[in-house]
Design a protein around this ligand. Structure first.
Ligand code: NAD
Length: 551
């Protein structure tokens, strides 16, 4: 049994475990390894480089076997993708507790991690890979949509209609940018050096058209902008050449960002190098390539700063291009902010974050019914309504049908309770697994990303994700996870996750209400503690108790 094989979660209402809480964990583990969902299922790798769902096939088999026989008052313990114990607990306790990739501070680097991994002692769990709540590329699309919606809310009256966004990188994640901009009714010019990246995005309907030249791209963009018509335009070329040219020519750009793979200098094409020669050059002379890539990134970032000086909204989208430009000696590289402090933090202050759920029935109709329930519950939230409607039309499900949307404190619990009622009444064909990304308001410490530039300087304080995991255990989540190194790598982040199963029982309803109140509540209290006034206002309005505010 213990070797690579295709894995797919069962559908329907027949249980192979002793209850829906255990069945949900089993199906979501299997779903993470579904070939439609995982990047390299044969290696148990789900996404994000080497983010895995189980340490090895023997461990996977042992988890499946154990989940099938796990009782309602038992808890399976998972240590970096391997089941290491079953303990008697109680029915409010999680059925699974997961700790992935954690290392003691002084040992928390890739070198030591790789050494231990080679000994078979650990695995890299990323964020939702090792915690069994990854739902495919919908997550990236929605996160990018939400970021551009926040840009629109902050600077452009709530819509990108009538604006032009300039960006580069149409790869695995960056390819979500054109659709995220047009979903916000804006116009996007997206540069990439790889013609296949442009073609692929057009094929997948994430990108609308390809321009023949810079002039053509600008003409198409201006026409669409003036008609307030959404349009995304692919433009072939090197961002380090095209951005300075566009700046010099006074191109009418409102928003600038970038998602080339700048975090890895060997994956950024230096100016003056042909795309077809890139791989051979990087392999032959990595040091020389790196120097030239960094110099080009400095030119690229200098143009971004130029657009900022000219009045455009400019931000770093989490690819370290500012850091690389600084290494090349450009001293204004950090003149523009990262996307979390610029747009996402105000949402975090309201306890907002990437709420998601999967239909264990396997029926798309269950998700369409929950989409409708979300629209009914939050009719005043226009950006949410636009996302839900467009996701219904444009997102292809991968594996078990699922949905993601950002909801805040006081919203997630209402959605969760409604979902549980829909399971209870038989409106949905089977229970739902309700979880979230670890990239959330109160569940992550990551000084280069989610906790960059906290108001009180508490960027590296990692007590918060630990408290978050403990609160979710104490509140009745179905499985809870505590990881290290997701997103930005070893030594750079600590983060927690939870999944709660709405199985239609009264008990599940009570658990879901507590978890989905307390989990985003951690985001509110974390930001109150850091001194954010908007979090303070949310706590006061919505009744989140913070002892240091009382008395
Ligand atoms: P990818 O490697 O799949 O794609 C990168 C693209 O950039 C490729 O299509 C490549 O051809 C293009 N490119 C390289 N050099 C270029 C140049 N000089 N000019 C124009 N195009 C160039 O990477 P990805 O998965 O799309 O991720 C992109 C980056 O964004 C990564 O650095 C990633 O870490 C970061 N990222 C951050 C977040 C976040 O923080 N929320 C989310 C997604 C991605």
């Amino acid at each position: 049994m213990s070797g690579p094989r295709p894995v797919r979660a069962p559908r329907g209402t027949e249980l192979s475990a002793l209850g829906w809480q255990q069945e949900a964990a089993l199906r979501m583990l299997q779903n993470n390894l579904d070939p439609e969902v995982a990047e390299h299922p044969d290696k148990l790798v789900v996404y994000g480089g080497t983010g895995k769902a189980a340490r090895d096939w023997r461990s996977f088999d042992a988890m499946v076997r154990t989940l099938r026989t796990l009782k309602q008052d038992e808890t399976m313990l998972v240590q970096s993708g391997r089941p290491v114990g079953v303990m008697q607990t109680h029915e409010w306790a999680p059925r699974v507790l997961i700790a992935n990739s954690n290392l003691v501070g002084d040992w928390a680097n890739w070198e030591e991690f790789r050494r231990l991994e080679a000994l078979g002692l650990t695995m890299y769990g990323q964020m939702t890979a090792g915690s069994w709540i990854y739902i495919g590329t919908q997550g990236i699309l929605q996160g990018t949509y939400e970021t551009f919606a926040a840009v629109a809310a902050k600077k452009f009256g709530g819509t990108l209609a009538g604006t032009i966004t300039l960006t580069a990188g149409l790869g695995g994640m960056g390819g979500a940018q054109p659709l995220a901009v047009t979903m916000n009714d804006g116009v996007a010019i997206c540069i990439d050096v790889d013609p296949r990246a442009i073609e692929r995005r057009i094929e997948h309907k994430y990108l609308d058209v390809r321009a023949d030249s810079l002039e053509h791209a600008l003409q198409l963009a201006v026409e669409a902008r003036d008609a307030r018509r959404p349009l995304s335009i692919g433009l072939l070329g090197n961002a380090a050449d095209l951005l300075p040219r566009m700046l010099a020519e006074g191109a009418p750009i409102d928003i600038v960002t970038d998602q080339t793979s700048a975090h890895d200098p060997l994956a950024y094409l230096p100016s003056g190098v042909d795309f077809d020669d890139m791989a051979a050059y990087a392999a032959k002379d990595p040091a020389g390539f790196t120097t030239r890539a960094r110099e080009s990134m400095a030119t690229h970032v200098e143009a971004m700063v130029g657009f900022m000086d000219a009045g455009a909204e400019v931000f770093d989208y989490g690819n370290s291009i500012r850091g690389e430009a600084q290494l090349a000696g450009y001293d204004r590289a950090f003149a523009f902010p990262g996307f979390v402090p610029a747009y996402i933090r105000p949402l975090f202050c309201e306890g907002k974050g990437p709420f998601r759920w999967a239909a264990l029935s396997g029926e798309a109709s269950d998700i369409h019914k929950t989409d409708k329930a979300i629209l009914d519950l939050f009719p005043e939230n226009e950006s949410l309504a636009r996302w839900i409607k467009m996701a219904g039309e444009r997102v292809h499900f991968q594996g078990l049908p699922a949905r993601i949307c950002w909801l805040g404190y006081g919203e997630r619990d209402r959605a969760g309770e409604r979902f549980n009622d829909m399971v209870a009444s038989g409106e949905l064909q089977a229970p739902l697994a309700i979880g979230r990304d670890h990239l959330d308001c109160g569940s992550v410490a990551s000084p280069y990303r989610e906790t960059e530039a906290m108001l009180d300087g508490s960027d590296a304080i990692a007590d918060w994700p630990l408290l978050n995991a403990m609160v979710n255990v104490a509140s009745g989540a179905s499985w809870v996870s505590l990881h290290h190194g997701g997103g930005v790598g070893m030594g750079r982040s600590i983060h927690a996750g939870q999944v709660s199963v709405a199985d239609g029982t009264k008990l599940a309803g009570e658990k879901v209400r507590r978890v989905l109140t307390n989990d985003p509540g951690m985001g509110v209290v974390r930001h109150v503690d850091a001194g954010y006034e908007s979090a303070d206002a949310v706590a006061a309005e919505r009744g989140v108790r913070v002892p240091m505010r009382e008395g």
